[in-house]
Design a protein around this ligand. Structure first.
Ligand code: NAD
Length: 333
């Protein structure tokens, strides 16, 4: 099957080609560097399948354009599908497949990395020592052991995160619509969101971005926060109302912010913009805080995860090509 791959980086090419070589069915991948938008959708004309990543735009308009060019399959190389208009895909008779779990540990471990980095101020310590400044002023942290960690969303990633936090000796609280038996076994206590926010020293977000969770962290919910708490978001930028979080950072209500995702990341992340003037003032303001660490959507980025993404994407495309039902199909709920 001919597949137009959008948002291609060298690592996508390498891992997809390796998976294709190992697959019984071989597909013809054509790699395009640009993101999928209305302007770049014509590149996929006459391709029965396209392969898209996190920030590719799969709005109704883009899907209509792809469908008119003969595209029938959207193979996502991601777990999240919040940028796909699933109703439009269904109306156009397009199949949408995703990679539900490629390495929940990769994301959970990155969330922990952000916590350690912020708590022990490693970003400042690293630069200081390189500058022969061996002062410890301003680097004071706290023991994670004995602290309370609140997990919002205890699915695959939330569970891995809970296991690691348990290893540090943290008390674990969680908020989810469903209680995960493995989390209960670990000793996680499920509470409502306001109680979790009020009791936690560290809050880590691991729920999907859906209408019900859009701006879950907003000026109202931030009122409940334990003063000086740490907020970590490795899930999706839209879970947080960035302006409200900036106000909470300014007032000191929020003590630390670690994010791997940002609501307006589409225009920034995955590109080298070091020679350009960033026009996003909110992002620039966030960067200016001494207690904020931002990584550019790299939580998934381990070789284990990339190999799993490529293998599952190949197996998804194989299922579709052979007309088999695919367990990784996403539909509007
Ligand atoms: P999952 O589906 O296994 O778990 C999500 C959990 O959130 C479920 O337990 C679900 O019940 C819960 N949930 C749903 N609605 C909720 C609500 N309104 N309030 C509270 N909890 C709710 O998903 P996962 O594999 O653990 O992934 C979680 C998210 O992580 C994904 O949706 C994706 O956005 C993000 N992610 C980020 C990266 C990255 O590189 N930064 C990589 C992969 C996934």
């Amino acid at each position: 099957m001919k597949v137009a791959v959008f948002s291609t980086k060298n690592y996508d090419r390498e891992f997809l080609q390796t998976a294709n070589q190992q697959s019984d069915n071989k597909h013809e991948f054509v790699f395009f560097e640009p993101r999928l938008t209305l302007e770049t959708a014509p590149l996929a004309a006459e391709f029965p399948a396209i392969c898209a990543f996190i920030n590719d735009r799969l709005s109704a308009e883009v899907l209509e354009h792809l469908a008119s060019g003969g595209t029938k399959l959207i193979a996502l190389r991601s777990a999240g599908y919040d940028r796909v208009d699933l109703a439009a895909a269904a109306r156009l008779g397009m199949t949408v497949l995703h990679v539900p779990a490629y390495s929940p540990r990769a994301v959970a471990e990155h969330a922990i990395a952000l916590i350690l980095m912020l708590n022990r101020k490693l970003y400042r310590a690293y630069n200081r020592v390189r500058d022969d400044n061996f002062s410890l002023e301003g680097l004071l942290g706290f023991d994670l052991h004995g602290s309370t960690v609140g997990i919002v969303g205890t699915g695959k990633i939330g569970l891995c995160f809970a296991e690691i936090a348990k290893g540090f000796g943290c008390h674990l609280l969680a908020y989810d619509l469903h209680q995960h038996p493995a989390c209960l076994e670990l000793g996680v206590k499920y509470v409502e969101l306001p109680e979790l926010l009020a009791a936690s020293d560290v809050i880590s977000l691991h729920c999907p971005l859906i209408p019900a969770t859009h701006h879950l962290i907003n000026s109202e919910s931030l009122q409940h926060l334990k003063p000086g708490a740490m907020l970590i978001n490795t899930s999706r930028g839209g879970l947080i109302d960035t302006s409200a979080v900036i106000q909470a950072l300014k007032s000191g209500k929020l003590g630390y912010l670690g994010i791997d995702v940002y609501e307006q990341e589409e225009e920034l992340f995955f590109e080298d913009l070091s020679n350009t003037v960033i026009q996003d003032d909110t992002f620039q303001l966030l960067q200016s805080f001494p207690n904020v660490v931002i990584t550019a959507h790299q939580a998934f980025f381990t070789r284990n995860a990339l190999a799993n993404i490529a293998q599952t994407t190949l197996s998804n495309i194989n299922d579709f090509a052979e007309g088999k039902p695919c367990a990784n199909q996403v539909k509007e709920s």
